[in-house]
Ligand binder design. Structure first.
Ligand SMILES: Nc1nc2c(ncn2[C@@H]2O[C@H](COP(=O)(O)OP(=O)(O)OP(=O)(O)O)[C@@H](O)[C@H]2O)c(=O)[nH]1
Ligand SMILES: [Mg+2]
Length: 305
């Protein structure tokens, strides 16, 4: 449970809907292999949202191996798919990066409703439980309710929140928060940002501005720029991420709401298409519903009975 250790039980529960798709795959492949079965496997993989390109490459190989009689049984195909998907994730650093000294600043972005504020509560709780002094910055000054929501989490978690005036300049809040984090010896400052502005361009400019202001105060910050993507939005999440990547150096993805979709294969597509590490997954609405992303264990959770 939490940010640092992976609970297969929790991930299995969180992936219940996606696991239904993969259990259909297992059933299909426990039968005799045929062209028809391979077609159905292809359709299921597409449905799971692992991505069209990935599915086509994978199925092309399966068809060829079937023709050449290298694959004669369904379980061989099942094992092959499992291995193929696992190997799509390169060995890479998925850990949260901390400042060598002084406060670690984690800037969190994403579109409206992606799950930013909830994901911040999750990260804040895990770090607080790890005995870190955590502070929050309420840089979503666009909506009054946004600050309140963050304050409620802060209160529940017993961490401090720095806020400004509603409608005020979010970059000014970021600056004050960075200042306060240094002055009060915070270990981690989590910066919540708005997801809804007049235009996408405006949203990106604001994020860039917040980032620059933080760097002015703490030169090596932000140490992480986490982009929160809503897994239930499928391919749209990938398109959004491309836009974010153009404006700020995203250091990792927090893929939220995996529990809310039968298309959890989107994790594969996100990693493949964005080339960014998926660091965390959200598997529910409480602050405990976060898991560090571990491809091998994740695939195991998907493919196991
Ligand atoms: N099931 C589920 N719900 C989630 C998860 N993460 C967030 N949510 C829900 O998604 C909704 C939006 O979450 P917020 O954290 O408010 O999203 P946000 O990106 O801060 O939204 P804005 O500030 O309006 O842009 C809330 O109802 C959350 O409870 C998750 O991992 N699983
Ligand atoms: Mg929010």
């Amino acid at each position: 449970m939490g940010l640092f250790s992976f609970s297969i039980k929790k991930v299995k529960a969180g992936l219940a809907r996606t696991r239904q798709t993969f259990s259909k795959l297992r059933n299909l492949l426990s039968r005799e292999l045929s062209d028809d079965v391979i077609d159905q496997v292809e359709a299921l993989l597409i449905q799971s949202d692992i991505g069209v390109k990935t599915t086509v490459a994978l199925i092309d190989h399966v068809r060829e191996a079937y023709r050449e009689k290298k694959f004669t049984r369904g379980d061989q195909v099942f094992d092959y798919i499992k291995r193929y998907i696992t190997e799509l994730f390169p060995a890479e650093d998925r850990s949260l990066h901390f400042a060598p000294s002084g406060p670690t600043v984690i800037l969190v972005g994403g579109i409206n409703g992606a799950g930013k504020t909830t994901s911040i509560a999750k990260i804040a709780k895990a770090l607080r439980d790890d005995n870190k002094k955590v502070m929050l910055a309420a840089c979503d000054t666009f909506r009054a309710a946004a600050v309140e929501q963050l304050e409620i989490w802060a209160q529940r978690l017993g961490v401090e929140v720095i806020k400004g005036q509603q409608g005020g300049d979010p970059a000014a809040v970021a600056f004050d928060a960075a200042d306060a984090a240094v002055a009060r010896n915070a270990d981690v400052l989590l910066v919540d940002t708005a997801g809804r502005l007049h235009t996408q361009q405006h949203l990106m400019r604001q994020l860039t501005k917040i980032r620059n202001v933080i760097t002015r105060k703490i030169p090596d910050a932000p140490h992480e720029v986490i982009l929160v993507l809503d897994a239930t939005t499928g391919q749209n999440a990938i398109n959004q991420a491309r836009l974010f990547k153009e404006s700020v150096d995203v250091s990792g993805i927090f893929l939220s709401k995996l529990d809310g979709t039968a298309k959890g294969g989107i994790v594969v597509a996100v990693r493949q298409e964005l080339g960014l590490p998926v660091k965390f997954i959200g598997v529910g609405e409480t602050p405990d519903d976060v898991e560090p992303f571990d491809p091998e264990k994740f695939v195991e959770a998907l493919f196991s009975e």
